[in-house]
Structure formats: C-alpha cells, structure tokens
Design a protein around this ligand. Structure first.
Ligand SMILES: [Zn+2]
Length: 81
C-alpha cells in the first residue's frame, strides 16, 4: 500500500532531492547506498536497490562472491557440485 509521508521537498538546480533522515533510518539506507528508481504513471518510486541472484533472480539475503550476487540456495547447490 502506498502512503504519503507528508514530506514535501523541492528539486534543486541539478535535479536532486534530499531524502529525509527519518526515512533513510527507517529503510536502512546509508550514504552511498544504491537506490533504484521506478516510475508508475505520474509517480516516481524509490526503492533500496538489492541486486538479484545471478542464477535465479532472488533478491533476498544474497552474498557476494567475486563481485557476483548469489542467493543462499544457489550457493548451496554450487557447493554440492
Ligand atoms: Zn539463486
């Protein structure tokens, strides 16, 4: 469900918007974290970016191995081989 935070921010000369600190804390977004931009009609949606598993596309609890994201399931399968 989409809900308004009640926060209104102005876009600056370079097109930047500051994400309120409370929001960043709540969503665990740290400085330099990647944020993915979605568009839905006239809405711009920001989502904390989580790279998906190289093999199955899962985006949860992935580990990084040699710069590739792998989910725990696929990692287990690889270990068995
Ligand atoms: Zn996987």
């Amino acid at each position: 469900m989409m809900k308004s935070t009640g926060v209104v921010r102005k876009v600056d000369e370079l097109g930047r918007i500051v994400l309120p600190i409370e929001l960043r804390r709540n969503l665990d977004i740290e400085i330099k974290d990647p944020v993915e931009i979605y568009v839905d009609g006239d809405m711009i949606i920001l989502k904390k970016y989580q790279a998906s598993c190289l093999f199955c596309g899962n985006a949860k609890d992935n580990v990084i191995y040699k710069n590739k994201h792998i989910c725990p399931n696929c990692l287990e399968e690889l270990k068995k081989q």
